[in-house]
Structure formats: C-alpha cells, structure tokens
Design a protein around this ligand. Structure first.
Ligand SMILES: Cc1cc2nc3c(=O)[nH]c(=O)nc-3n(C[C@H](O)[C@H](O)[C@H](O)COP(=O)(O)OP(=O)(O)OC[C@H]3O[C@@H](n4cnc5c(N)ncnc54)[C@H](O)[C@@H]3O)c2cc1C
Length: 148
C-alpha cells in the first residue's frame, strides 16, 4: 500500500526517524553510562572547495534520553592514514584522485580503483574497476597487456 505522508502518520504514528540531524554530544551519568544524546539539525552548504559541509542550524538543539546508542555512519570516504603516508593526491571528496579506465594516481606505480577512487558505490563497479585496474597494473609492469 502506498499511503500519503498524512495518512501514514494517522495510521502508524509519526515517523520516529530524524533526518538532517547530527549528534553534538553524548551525555553520561555518574557511572559513565550514556543517558542522553545531544543533537542539532543541519543544512548542507558548499564550501570554497565545492565540498558539501553540514552546517548546524542555531535554535534546533535537542537533548534525547538514551540508554543505548548504535552508530550507523555509512561511507565517509576512504581511510586517510595510508593515503597520507603515500602522499597520494585526493579529490574534493577525499577519494584517491585517479581516472576511470586509467586508475593511475599521482604516484607512478600506485593505482586506485573501487570505492576508494569513485566514492561509495556498487559491487558491479567494484568488479568493473577491479578488472580494469588489474589490466592497468599488467600494462605498467609488462609494457603491454592482453587483459580486457
Ligand atoms: C552496509 C553496506 C551495504 C551495501 N550494500 C550494497 C548492495 O546491496 N549492493 C551493491 O551493489 N553494493 C552495496 N554496497 C557497496 C559495495 O559493498 C561496495 O561498493 C564495494 O564493496 C566496494 O568494493 P571495493 O573493492 O572498492 O572496496 P571494499 O569492498 O571496501 O574493499 C576494500 C578492502 O581493502 C581493505 N583495506 C583497507 N585499508 C587497507 C590497508 N591499509 N591495508 C590492507 N587492506 C586494506 C579493506 O579491509 C577491504 O577488504 C554496500 C556497502 C555497504 C557498506
């Protein structure tokens, strides 16, 4: 059944999920157990690098009682320490900078493919890029390749 928003709320109650909201603080009790979550609503705004950055909306702060907190963060970009150690160039979304079908990074002999290159994506793209980057590694090492 496809209910409109108002009819769905009348039948099933208000949607308890909160969107465009970020946690600013976990509050603990005297024994260190969580007792509340502090939140604020956000809006997405572009910064001078063209990245979308969450901006808190003043006056929307809330304190929600909580005894258990589960974190479901989603994909926040590839982990940076290895990329920092290599000194490999990143794009504006913190992914490794490399072109599709080429996969070469700013460092010769270092290749990137899949989510760390294109950002959070799909398994089909992981297959596609995994095969492609194998081909380009082969070409780099052997001077030519017969891989598809
Ligand atoms: C919760 C969730 C649900 C998803 N559901 C779907 C779905 O239904 N359908 C779909 O198509 N896609 C889905 N995806 C996306 C899909 O899983 C990814 O796009 C895909 O796995 C990316 O493949 P990848 O090889 O690029 O990266 P990954 O699968 O992330 O592989 C990267 C590997 O590198 C390893 N690694 C990282 N750092 C290091 C290091 N320093 N040294 C050695 N190893 C390292 C990691 O341990 C990992 O094994 C989902 C993703 C998530 C997180």
């Amino acid at each position: 059944m496809d209910y409109g928003q108002e009819e769905a709320a009348a039948r099933f109650g208000e949607d308890p999920r909160g969107y465009l909201t970020t946690t600013t603080k976990f509050e603990g009790d005297e024994s260190g157990q969580v007792k509340a979550v502090h939140t604020v609503q956000i809006q997405w705004q572009k910064n001078d690098k063209g990245q979308f950055i969450p901006q808190p909306i003043p006056g929307t702060e809330r304190v929600l009682p909580a005894q258990l907190v589960l974190l479901a963060m989603g994909f926040l970009g590839p982990e940076q320490p290895l990329l920092d150690a290599l000194g490999v160039e990143r794009d504006a979304r913190s992914n490794v900078k490399a072109d599709h079908e080429k996969y070469t990074t700013s460092i010769p002999g270092v290749f990137a493919a899949g989510d760390c290159r294109r950002g959070q994506s799909l398994v089909v793209w992981a297959f596609n890029e995994g095969r492609g980057v194998a081909r380009e590694c082969d070409r780099f090492l052997m001077g030519s390749t017969e891989l598809p």
